[in-house]
Write a protein that binds this ligand. Structure first.
Ligand code: AMP
Length: 115
């Protein structure tokens, strides 16, 4: 998989930066967030570098299905019955790492609407 220079999550995917990996398959990777916002906080990324959901070419949209299936597998592995799946798109929405990722959050009560 082509690695984007200077991309932290590409470096995690290639193994050059360490992470607490929870699940990996041929297209996605799940690892624990280094600064968790819930008892279980896992990031799910496509191995392919895509900067954000907004930048994702429409032809890559099947990858979103893979990300959601991976989130379900991780939730099952962590025995989470209730959980939240979040994608921050763009800096005003809270995106700080510009490699598409979904946050899987569980293990506590969540308020609605989110902040
Ligand atoms: P976002 O703010 O939606 O772009 O999410 C990026 C997430 O990546 C944040 O929750 C960070 O805590 C997390 N993060 C940053 N660096 C690392 C790292 N080296 N390993 C795991 N998670 C990280």
């Amino acid at each position: 998989m082509k690695e984007e220079k200077e991309c932290l999550f590409c470096a995690i995917a290639s193994g050059s930066v360490k992470a607490d990996i929870v699940y990996r398959d041929g297209e996605t990777l799940a690892f624990r967030d280094v600064d968790p916002k819930a008892p279980d906080h896992v990031l799910i990324i496509p191995l392919k570098h895509i900067g954000s959901l907004g930048e994702m070419p429409d032809e890559d949209s099947p990858l979103m299905g893979k990300i959601i299936v991976t989130a379900k597998k991780v939730a099952r592995k962590l025995s989470l019955e209730s959980y939240r799946l979040v994608i921050n798109n763009g800096k005003d929405a809270g995106q700080s790492v510009f490699h598409l990722h979904a946050h899987l959050l569980g293990g506590r009560l969540f308020g609605w609407p989110p902040g």
